[in-house]
Structures are given as structure tokens and as C-alpha cells.
Ligand binder design. Structure first.
Ligand SMILES: C[S@@+](CC[C@H](N)C(=O)[O-])C[C@H]1O[C@@H](n2cnc3c(N)ncnc32)[C@H](O)[C@@H]1O
Length: 328
């Protein structure tokens, strides 16, 4: 569910305690968002008006209020990623320090083409604060992108390289597309969502902007919710997000070769079983053989073929398949 409301009162009114598996939030920067186009020296004609900023003087209390709500709604073991510029970073860190959330990583997201400056270094990074709520099972899918055995061209572990805490991910330039100021790249969102949630989990963004977190989360077979104060952005983007078919991005995931360490010891949840069965039904309806369907699901979810074969055989699902629109 998406709400055209202030995230602080909106979370209080609509989101239950301990109900969210993953929060990804990119709050307003408190640096006067209306000047961002001048910083970036870019054409703003496709940017939706009405980005809601927070006055610099209010930033400390604003950060405390929304982060307190985020802590309340996150399930024990759930993860939160907060994207922050350097200007107000200390207020975000102070607000986090007033909660019981625990720091896991302080990530640096390095992007291309920072804000142009003449007499100082050009800033081309953001901070991503990755914290978890203690008390429950933490989701961290280590083999989301690479198996433990894969090597980079330099012979190093590809898996370890992908899990370094400096992320080089370029911003996306989408000329002609209607967007929010500071839209996050899909690649960045995929990384956080795939490592820190499972299919059917609930992903929340307190500051939806272009709804980019929600779009990628739904595309990857998760559920999404969140808030956006800007009415124009909310109305336009709610229509866009409704056009996304749940799971449509799963078939674009890299084929991670199986290795014996993949997802070892991690039990499948009932929701994951349901996702496997529903994906399998769709493959069969689209003419895949049982073997090919199982292989595709194994690639998409990073699960062994053997466990997927057991689930689909037990359920005798081919016989029960309901007619549905093609996802793949
Ligand atoms: C940095 S942008 C988010 C961009 C988004 N991550 C994307 O990829 O498009 C912050 C957004 O928060 C919205 N906003 C500001 N204050 C808010 C509040 N109290 N509750 C909900 N949304 C708010 C702004 O209008 C803006 O769209």
C-alpha cells in the first residue's frame, strides 16, 4: 500500500509494529532540494515539481522522528538501509544512535559525475547506513550475485569483491523520462533488495520519490509499501508502479552457478515455497519442460535444483495450474 502522506504520521497511522522485512529510504537532504538542478547542471524539464525538502534547522528532529518509526515497524532481524549525503550525515547517525538498531556496515556508494566544483574536490559519493533490528533472523543472501567459487579476471573471489563496502554504481540518465530529483539507480536497489530480503517479503520506503524502491522490489517478487508527500509525484508514480508485474525482473537476474555452499542450512519458508510453485506454474503454462522450469527457478532464486524439484513434485502443481498472464 502507498500513502500520499508524511511518513512519520503515516507510519504511525497505518504500519503495524514489527511488520516490515526491509526498509530502504533516501530522505530529503536538507540542503534545499530546489537548487539540486543547479548543482548538477542538468535539464529539469522532466523532473516532477514539488519535491518536499526539510529545513536544515529541522533536520536533527526530523531524522529522530522518522527513524524512531522505522525502528518500530521493522521486524526483529529486519534490515534498514539509509542513503545520506555528507551534509546531514551526523544527524542521521545521531538519530540511529538513539535507537536499538545495530550497525552492520557503513557503505560508500561512489557514482560518476559528482557535483561540479572549481576550487575544491568534486564530491561523488553517498553514505549508505546498513543497520538491523536485533532479536530475529537476519536475511543476508550471500550468494545473490556470485557463488563462493567464482573468480574475478584478477583471480580474486568475485563474491567477496561484490560484498566490499564501497559500491561503484553509476547514476542512470534516462532522457525524456518523467522522474524525481535524485532517482536511485536500479542496480543499487537490486543489490540491497536481493542481499537483504526474500521473495514475498515486505519492503518499505519512507520517501518514495519516483517509487524506484517499490518498482524494483515488486519486479523482484517482493511486496512493497511506503510514503511520498509530493502529490504530483505520488499520483503519477502510483499509476506507473501499478503497471509492474510482480516478479517480472526475476528472469533478468544473473545465472549464479550452483556451488555446494549455496544457501546451505537455510530453510525455505512457506512464502518461498509458494513463490516457487507459482513461478513453476507460469513456466509450464509458457511451454517450458519441467526440467527447464526448475533450472530457471534455481537460477533466479539461488536455490538448489534438487530442493526445487522436490517442492514442485510434492505439490503436483501442473495439474492445478490456473490460467494467468504470462510473466516470463
Ligand atoms: C531524495 S527523494 C527520494 C528519491 C527516491 N529514492 C527515488 O529514487 O526517486 C526524497 C523524497 O521524499 C519526499 N518527502 C520529503 N519529506 C517527506 C515526508 N515527511 N514524508 C514522505 N515523503 C517526504 C520528497 O518529496 C522526495 O520525493
Amino acid at each position: 500500500m502507498f500513502y500520499n502522506e508524511n511518513c512519520i504520521s503515516g507510519a504511525r497511522n497505518y504500519i503495524k509494529d514489527n511488520s516490515i522485512d526491509l526498509i530502504i529510504s533516501d530522505p530529503p537532504y536538507g540542503i534545499d532540494g530546489d537548487l539540486l538542478d543547479k548543482h548538477y547542471n542538468r535539464d529539469e524539464s522532466n523532473v516532477i515539481d514539488g519535491y518536499v525538502e526539510v529545513a536544515a534547522a529541522e533536520y536533527p528532529q526530523f531524522s529522530k522522528d522518522w527513524i524512531k518509526e522505522a525502528e518500530r515497524v521493522l521486524r526483529p532481524g529486519g534490515s534498514i538501509y539509509i542513503i545520506s549525503g555528507y551534509t546531514n550525515l551526523r544527524h542521521v547517525l545521531n538519530a540511529l544512535a538513539e535507537t536499538k538498531l545495530q550497525e552492520v556496515n557503513h557503505i560508500i556508494w561512489r557514482y560518476n559525475f559528482g557535483v561540479y566544483t572549481r576550487k575544491k574536490y568534486i564530491s561523488s559519493h553517498y553514505h549508505i547506513l546498513y543497520f538491523v533490528k536485533p532479536g530475529g533472523e537476519i536475511t543476508f543472501n550471500r550468494n545473490s550475485f556470485y557463488s563462493d567459487d567464482e573468480k574475478t579476471s584478477a583471480g580474486l573471489s568475485a563474491n567477496a569483491a561484490d560484498r566490499e563496502d564501497v559500491w561503484n554504481i553509476n547514476r542512470e540518465y534516462k532522457p525524456g523520462e518523467i522522474k524525481n530529483k535524485n532517482q536511485l539507480p536500479e542496480k543499487l536497489l537490486r543489490k540491497m533488495i536481493l542481499y537483504s530480503s526474500n521473495p514475498e517479503n515486505l519492503v518499505c520506503d519512507f520517501f518514495l520519490g519516483s517509487f524506484s524502491t517499490a518498482k524494483v522490489a515488486i519486479g523482484l517478487g517482493r511486496n512493497a509499501c511506503g510514503f511520498e508527500l509530493n502529490k504530483a509525484a505520488f499520483e503519477y508514480q502510483s499509476e506507473q508502479v501499478a503497471k509492474i508485474t510482480k516478479g517480472e525482473l526475476l528472469s533478468t537476474l544473473r545465472n549464479v552457478p550452483e556451488n555446494k555452499n549455496i544457501n546451505t542450512g537455510k530453510k525455505l519458508t512457506d512464502a518461498e515455497r509458494e513463490t516457487i510453485i507459482s513461478m513453476y506454474n507460469k513456466y509450464i503454462q509458457n511451454g517450458y519442460t519441467k526440467k527447464a522450469g526448475i533450472e530457471k527457478i534455481s537460477e533466479a532464486l539461488g536455490r538448489g535444483r534438487f530442493s526445487i524439484a522436490n517442492i514442485v513434485s510434492d505439490a503436483d502443481i501442473a495439474a492445478q495450474a490456473e490460467p494467468q498472464n504470462s510473466l516470463f
